[in-house]
Design a protein around this ligand. Structure first.
Ligand SMILES: *[C@@H]1O[C@H](CO)[C@@H](O)[C@H](O)[C@H]1NC(C)=O
Ligand SMILES: *[C@@H]1O[C@H](CO)[C@@H](O)[C@H](O)[C@H]1NC(C)=O
Length: 604
């Protein structure tokens, strides 16, 4: 071959290699895009893989005009965080040691997921199997992205970012997609990973759009209310769809942060429009419902939700209220509506749902309970239950007290959070069970502990006591036996759900109180809670939920379940870690966290 030909071929090869290199560096997912100027790609056309795929159809019920996003520069919202407390060299050393312990725990579970369940929704922490519980789109992976970044594991983060490119959101084995879970875990996960990493990884925004477009299809109904358990194949086949009668308020009510952030990042107003329509229904409803804390949107189709009679901050309506102050933050204070919704709700909650409890040390502790209402709004029944799920309330009240300038409610936030810490500290393994009953103090009356009062409450309320009302002198002895056999510490009258499933709500409030006040007692509480959870939950593979967290510590390992939900890595360990991290990392002055602990950047 003549030399001239050879050098030409060499030149072509070099040009080809350089182009390939350029392509690899600049393909979606590489590092070259600007934070604000990137226009995300739409979802890919369905692959020809033998599976049924979701198809985006033209809107059957198009929006005639979008609700406009409020204009103006962000309002001057009071700072949320205290300044970071000074610490001695020894204190700093201790804090770093604790932070490292959380990091070790995280790495252990993360490695377990990587080894046994990579790209699946969950790792089973005892058997080492894998499970698909949220659509089969690698829930644990997407949920954990921002935690990896926050904990400083850039290599692991990039590995994970690269892996998410392969997730195909246009197909799932589920018949009905759970819109709420998909939004908070996947959409929230992508948006937060994009935000905390400073927008350097455009594929994250592209994936957020992919999920957002999928979820938007469930809004194509006559009144533009979403179908929160959504039959995606029925839609793809071109059937008309309607929002169902009776959906849980938290489900349509907890999409607002994620969809608003998606509109902010893509500059496409349709996502914000979709969720603002829901908020407008809530605003109307707040005036007509018996209490503005309803669980069910009785009839989203008609927009009325006044028929309910059971109210709680626990499962099923929790994140709706949590999102009022948070929506105000993500909107930069440009919209008054979420503030009004919060103000309407919190007065009712203070009056009827929050109560002080009797406890042996006479601490000021408050619990958020349930109430049942009958016609006309008369209170029928106050149910003195504490729930692990309602433990988010302290953080919510604390955050709102700062941003809405309600300083007196910081004490309430402290009491609500302290109630949860107390429930941890007063159970045999240092962890609060899922649902328990306590003794409410009468409003504005003496809340002084007496053993006798506890015994009387047990006698009346505990099912095994069978309503022992007459004291023939043996009451105390009889109920003490019941308390002992049922492992009820003084102050508890019943434990109706004894599980601990690695939930985050208690540490969430503890972390928010720590950042708001800088009071060391919260950091110490976090450390006690972390050690307790780490001790009982760690398995060879990852971390396990516990069937009965109230058994004797020597038996508790036998109570482990083969389950680890994605919030363990996404929320619980992130909050623990942040309790020992500098105040500048995920500052609450810069970020607002969705209900799955995904930090979204607040507008500046
Ligand atoms: C709800 O009631 C309040 C006061 O009663 C009133 O100011 C407000 O305009 C009402 N809102 C709606 C949407 O009807
Ligand atoms: C507990 O609350 C009462 C008012 O309800 C207050 O007088 C008292 O000082 C509080 N105690 C502590 C330790 O904060």
């Amino acid at each position: 071959m003549p030399a001239i030909r050879r050098s030409r071929i060499a030149a072509i090869v070099i040009v080809f290699l350089l182009s390939a290199l350029w392509y690899i560096r600049h393909k979606p997912g590489a590092w070259s895009y600007q934070y604000t100027s990137y226009t995300p790609a739409l979802p890919k056309a369905p692959a020809n893989d033998g599976k049924v795929h979701w198809i985006k159809l033209p809107d059957r019920y198009p929006v005639s005009s979008y609700i406009s996003y409020p204009t103006g520069s962000p309002a001057n919202i009071p700072l949320v965080q205290a300044s970071q407390p000074r610490e001695s060299a020894a204190e700093k050393q201790e804090r770093i040691k604790r932070k490292q312990a959380v990091l070790d725990s995280f790495l252990h579970s993360w490695e377990g997921y990587k080894e046994h369940a990579w790209l699946r929704d969950e790792v089973a922490p005892i058997s080492g199997q894998s499970r698909d519980t949220f659509g089969g789109w690698a829930a644990s992976l997407v949920d954990t992205l921002d935690t990896l970044w926050i904990m400083g594991m850039k290599d692991e983060f990039e590995l994970a970012v690269h892996a998410v490119e392969a997730i195909d959101f246009s197909t799932t084995m589920e018949k009905d997609i759970n819109i709420f879970e998909t939004t908070i875990r996947y959409l929230g996960g992508f948006l937060a990973a994009y935000d905390v990493s400073g927008g350097q990884y455009p594929v994250l925004l592209a994936k957020a759009v992919e999920v957002g477009e999928l979820v938007m299809s469930c809004f194509d109904t006559p009144n533009r209310m979403p179908i929160t358990r959504w039959d995606w194949q029925r839609y793809s086949n071109g059937n008309a769809q309607e929002a169902p009668e009776g959906s849980l308020v938290s489900e349509p009510g907890s999409l607002s942060l994620e969809f608003t952030r998606l509109s902010q990042l893509t500059k496409d107003p349709k996502y914000y429009d979709a969720v603002q329509r829901i908020s407008d229904v809530f605003e109307e409803g707040q005036n007509t419902t018996k209490m503005p804390v309803s669980i069910h949107l009785s009839k989203p189709a008609s927009g009325a939700f006044s028929e309910d009679n059971f109210f709680t901050l626990g499962g099923m309506s929790d994140s709706l209220y949590e999102y009022f102050p948070k929506q105000y933050l993500i909107m930069g204070g440009l919209l008054e509506q979420p503030r009004k919704l919060y103000e309407g709700f919190i007065e009712v909650a203070k009056e009827h749902m929050f109560f002080r409890i009797y406890n042996p040390k006479d601490q000021n502790l408050t619990v958020s309970g349930d109430i049942q209402v009958i016609g006309g709004g008369n209170i029928l029944n106050r149910i003195p239950n504490g729930q692990h799920l309602t433990c988010f309330a302290g953080g919510m009240v604390g955050l709102a007290s700062k941003i809405f300038n309600r300083p007196s409610e910081l004490t309430l936030a402290d009491e609500l959070t302290s109630g949860c810490v107390w429930a941890y500290d007063n159970n045999p393994n240092g962890i609060a069970p899922e649902i328990f009953s306590v003794m409410p103090c009468p409003k504005n009356l003496d809340c002084k502990w007496s053993q006798e009062r506890w015994h009387r409450s047990l006698a009346v309320f505990h099912p095994l006591a069978g309503g022992i009302l007459e004291d023939d002198g043996s009451l105390s002895e009889r109920v003490s036996k019941i308390a002992k056999e049922n492992r009820l510490a003084p102050g508890f009258t019943q434990i109706t759900d004894r599980r601990y499933i690695l939930r985050p709500e208690a540490i969430e409030s503890v972390w928010i109180m720590w950042r708001i006040t800088g009071e060391k007692k919260w950091q110490d509480a976090a450390w006690r809670m972390f050690q307790a959870i780490e001790k009982v939950s760690r398995t060879d593979i990852a971390a396990a939920a516990i069937v009965d967290i109230t058994v004797d510590p020597k038996d508790v390992k036998g109570q482990r379940m083969d389950s680890m939900e994605s919030f363990w890595l996404a929320e619980t360990l992130k909050y623990f870690y942040l309790c020992f991290e500098d105040f500048g990392v995920v500052s609450l002055n810069d970020y607002v966290l969705n209900t799955e602990a995904h930090p979204l950047r607040r507008p500046r």
